[in-house]
Ligand binder design. Structure first.
Ligand code: GLU
Length: 494
């Protein structure tokens, strides 16, 4: 079986490094599986190897072409590319498991011929009963071996009675399977704890253990980074590949992504779907910078390009403890990603055909003011939706007033707004000069001066620099807004 003193190991050879992402196209990508794709992609780039994509679509009922299409589109959008995949075949393909029946048939036949398998006629109910009994007596649940020793006649009888059979792989021996996990170090599993496992379902389709491992071997995969939920599958896959005398990849089981509260990611933790995040205007590199640090540590805390993320990636820096996703961090990287682009890139992200809020912005912004608006709000926008807030605040008439701004205006002295109204004509395009004049007029300074002016002109208590807001609004709009604000001043005194 190709075993050595130190356990089962992949043969050492000078083969090309190949990593892969092997999703099942049964839904849209979420942050958890995108991170797996990214780690494998970065590892391939770091090691000078190839990254491939394989669609594990053996579940015909749940797999959909539209999910596969979405997957390819979304990974490409993220900046992840593959040298071979469902849309780009090479000599190791096809890269869709539903098209690999011939390769599977060949390897089932090899295992059968070498006496490693047997048909199992146990029904789901029989298996459940056996499992329950084992659990009740404190034993780990594993297949009890009911069909292992059936005679040829007994098998024929059951088949003739129309009982569908799965194909099981025999696991025997007192030994253990040992391997060096790329993330979790030395691993050891006792063969006695591993029951004979199903490698072909009763409907003839390959079981995960089989197609996943056989494909890795046939596709020349050298390194597999995958979720730790697969750790207990690995010893089964290793003994089966060894029985087939196929190369065994090196496996690394990465910690799961959990939310802030330690629970697995779910809807209640906010958006975790890649499409959803894209629709909010998150940038690919913001998502990649965020994900590459979930369960992996970089020395450099700064924003990185995809090349830098790959150059500084290291298998040794993959952590074992659960990786925590929190939206605040993602927003931090989004801010960084926006700050690393130039004004032009920001404007085209916000206003271009890809913008998730393009249509809504077009409805809010006066014609011809789009570029000026993009420049004005650049430092105040993290996700594209933020721009809608500023477009509404700065371009709607009457101006929307947030509750915080309303509070400021209600508490404001009327003479401040009156003074500002009197000064507009003298300082139509110079906010600083207007503020100096109002201060001279009222004796108000600092926050007592600037906060009411901000509330009066923007309807909010924070936002872009006032001098730029003033310039953007222009004297006509400034007058209208001061008049509106004046009507709100002192209302609380009633
Ligand atoms: N299709 C499997 C999954 O999505 C692949 C597991 C693996 O990476 O080996 O969980």
């Amino acid at each position: 079986m190709g075993r050595t003193e130190t356990g089962y190991h992949p043969p050492m050879s000078a083969t090309v490094i190949r990593t892969r992402f092997a999703p099942s196209p049964t839904g849209f990508l979420h942050l958890g599986n995108v991170r797996t794709a990214l780690f494998n992609f970065l590892a391939a780039r770091l090691l000078g190897g190839e990254f491939i994509l394989r669609s594990e679509d053996t579940d015909a009922e749940r797999s959909r072409d539209e999910y596969l299409d979405a997957l390819l589109t979304d990974l490409r959008w993220l900046g992840i590319s593959w040298s071979a995949g469902p849309d780009a075949d090479d000599s190791h393909g096809p890269y869709q498991q539903s098209l690999r029946g011939a390769a599977y048939a060949k390897h089932y036949a090899l295992l059968e011929a070498a006496g490693h398998t047997y048909p199992c006629f146990c029904s789901a109910t029989e298996l459940a009963v056996a499992r329950k009994a084992q659990l009740a007596s404190g034993r780990p649940p594993r297949y009890p071996g009911t069909c292992r020793e059936l005679s040829a006649e007994e098998r024929a009888e059951r088949a003739a009675a129309g009982r569908a059979a799965t194909l099981r792989f025999k696991v025997s021996g007192e030994d253990s399977v040992r391997f060096q996990d790329l993330v979790r170090g030395p691993q050891r599993f006792e063969l006695a704890d591993i029951g004979d496992f199903v490698i072909r379902r009763s409907d003839g389709t390959p079981a995960f253990f089989f197609s996943n491992a056989v494909d890795d071997a046939l596709m020349g995969i050298t390194h597999v980074l995958r979720g730790e939920d697969h750790l207990s599958n690995t010893p089964r896959q290793i003994i089966m590949l060894a029985a087939l005398e196929l190369p065994i990849p090196r496996y690394g089981h990465i910690s799961m992504v959990v939310a802030d509260d330690g629970a697995p990611l779910s809807k209640r933790h906010g958006s975790t779907g890649l499409r959803e995040l894209r629709s909010f205007g998150y940038l690919p590199l913001a998502i990649c910078n965020h994900l590459a640090r979930l369960g992996h540590v970089y020395d450099d805390p700064g924003f990185m390009s995809m090349n830098a993320l790959a150059d500084n990636f290291s298998l040794e820096r993959l952590g074992r403890s659960p990786a925590r996703h929190d939206t605040t961090q993602l927003r931090h990287w989004q801010k960084e990603a926006l700050a690393h682009g130039d004004a032009e890139a920001f404007a085209s992200w916000l206003l271009g055909s890809e913008s998730p809020v393009g249509d809504e912005l077009a409805a809010l912004l006066p014609d011809g003011r789009e570029q000026a608006f993009a420049e004005l709000v650049r430092d105040n926008v993290e996700v594209a939706g933020d721009a809608l807030h500023w477009a509404a605040q700065l371009c709607s008439s009457p101006m929307p007033v947030t509750s915080a701004a309303l509070e400021v205006l209600r508490a404001c002295e009327p003479r401040l707004i009156d003074a500002a109204i009197r000064q507009i004509d003298a300082h139509p395009d110079d906010f600083r000069a207007l503020a100096v004049a109002v201060r001279a007029d009222t004796g108000l300074a600092g926050k007592a001066l600037f906060m009411p002016l901000r509330a009066a002109l923007t309807g909010d208590t924070h936002g872009p620099e006032m001098a730029r807001v003033y310039h953007f609004l222009g004297p006509g709009e400034v007058s209208a807004r001061l008049a509106q604000a004046r009507s709100l001043v002192g209302l609380s005194v009633s």
